[in-house]
Design a protein around this ligand. Structure first.
Ligand code: FMN
Length: 318
């Protein structure tokens, strides 16, 4: 394994081995991927979103490939909090940090109740509130697009937990910074952005809208520029760290998000192409840093500049 020191990065009070976390919904509850991806070569993972009660999810078809990405409408299928505590958490405990449990709900009290029940448990370091799922009929996106409701949900959770608290924001909004500020005011320790963008595919043969309920969440490289723009804005506007998500496929993409101000990143859709995560693991990151002559991830953070229309490009100045 390469020397991890130049890759390690701080996230609040934590020191992550590398900036790369596996994104919610793309690595099971964590242990599923540990069989094919050496967890000590990444920074950590986020579990599938857990809700108070089990959810069967949406009927198939739940995924559809698109240009540069995919649409999904899983509909938050999960085992519910009880089974999560009895079956999944004991397995998660055996994995190395940084372990994040993702929580979903319809209203602030759902998130707060789950956070309260998880607070006394060990085996994970942080909670991520999925305030942004576009694939459930109620709650999810409605709650996540309203700054007042975001503030209320985060505050309700903050009152019930001492765990590191991450608020995951939706991109399906005019003003992501307003949502980020609301999360910060509610007591979030960090925000993560972005979840998927609402999109529809067309099945020409059956003339039906896809995936199954008629729309889904768009992820993958197609959304990376949207994600980068939002992460850049958030990192300049907020005091709390920002975790960048959206279309990260390889080590260079990871470094782009760090440059745009991300303290860490999450990788989702890329894991469907290669569950071993080879292109974002420690060795790949070190290789890319050598090519780009980046000494440490931390030194890169937030150094993205606007190109002035009048000034000559940087390379011309050398
Ligand atoms: C199949 C699938 C399932 C997902 N499930 C969840 C989920 O349960 N909770 C959540 O917060 N995000 C979920 N997401 C969103 C991802 O965590 C991530 O925010 C989004 O896909 C953008 O990153 P990417 O382009 O790297 O995939 C899911 C994404 C996909 C593709």
């Amino acid at each position: 394994m390469p020397d991890l020191a130049p890759l390690s990065i701080s996230l609040g009070p934590f020191r992550l081995r590398t900036p790369v976390l596996l994104a919610s919904g793309c690595c099971g509850y964590g242990p599923e991927l540990a069989g094919c991806l050496p967890m000590e070569e990444i920074g950590g993972f986020v579990t599938k979103t857990v809700t108070l009660r089990p959810r069967p999810g949406n009927p198939p078809p739940r995924v559809r490939e698109t240009a540069g990405g995919m649409l999904n409408s899983i509909g938050l299928e999960n085992v519910g909090l009880e089974r999560f505590l009895s079956e999944k958490l004991p397995q998660i405990r055996r994995l190395p940090p940084f372990r994040v449990v993702s929580l979903g709900g319809y209203q602030a009290s759902d998130y707060a109740e789950q956070a309260g029940r998880l607070d006394g448990q060990d085996g994970f370091e942080a909670l991520e509130l999925n305030l942004s799922c576009p694939n459930v009929a109620q709650g999810g996106l409605d709650l996540g697009t309203d700054p007042a409701r975001v503030r209320e949900a985060v505050r309700a959770v903050r009152e019930r937990t001492g765990k590191f608290l991450i608020a995951k924001l939706t991109p399906n909004t005019q003003d992501v910074v307003a949502l980020g500020r609301a999360a910060e005011e509610g007591g979030a320790d960090a925000v993560s952005a972005i979840n998927t963008l609402v999109g529809t595919g067309v099945d020409w043969h059956t003339r039906t809208a896809m995936p199954s309920p008629g729309s889904g969440g768009l992820s993958g490289p197609a959304i990376r520029p949207v994600a980068l723009a939002m992460v850049w804005k958030l990192s300049r506007a907020l005091q709390v760290p920002v975790i960048g998500i959206g279309g990260i496929m390889d080590a260079r993409d990871v470094l782009e998000f760090v440059l745009a101000g991300a303290s860490a990143v999450q990788v989702g859709t890329a894991l469907f192409l290669d569950p071993s995560g080879a292109r974002v693991r420690a060795a790949a990151l070190r290789g890319e840093m050598d090519i780009l002559r980046v000494g440490s991830c931390e030194s890169l953070r937030g150094n993205l500049e606007k190109r002035s229309t009048h000034a000559p490009p940087r390379e011309a100045l050398r």
